[in-house]
Write a protein that binds this ligand. Structure first.
Ligand SMILES: [Zn+2]
Length: 114
């Protein structure tokens, strides 16, 4: 988290890293137990991916929905994305993005909590 070094106290940095690691572990487990069918890789900044669609025919867009997880104190957020097409194709980011919630609140879609 190099971009956060100046903004967080030492205690906040420790808490932030712990939160990030816990959420990434959750995402890793999710991708292991419910692996996406799309395997070309997708990152948190992508709004959609293109896939060979068995239902619509040809290369079609599959929109990615943001999943935003707040830390208990609402100070931090962890963002990943997932999407599902009618043809059954599913996609999910392998690596989530850690943010300071006041700087990058949820934009759209659902907010996930654990
Ligand atoms: Zn499809």
């Amino acid at each position: 988290m190099p971009e956060l070094r100046q903004k967080l106290s030492p205690e906040e940095k420790v808490a932030g890293r712990k939160f990030r690691d816990e959420q990434q572990a959750y995402l890793d487990r999710l991708n292991e137990t419910d692996p996406p069918t799309y395997d070309e890789g997708v990152d948190t900044l992508q709004r959609y991916i293109r896939h060979e669609c068995a239902k619509q025919g040809g290369r079609k867009a599959l929109s990615m929905q943001e999943v935003y997880i707040f830390s208990d104190d609402k100070k931090f957020g962890f963002i990943f994305k997932e999407g599902k097409c009618r043809c059954g194709e599913t996609a999910r980011t392998a690596t989530g993005r850690f943010v300071i919630a006041s700087e990058r609140p949820p934009l759209e879609g659902r907010v996930a909590r654990r």
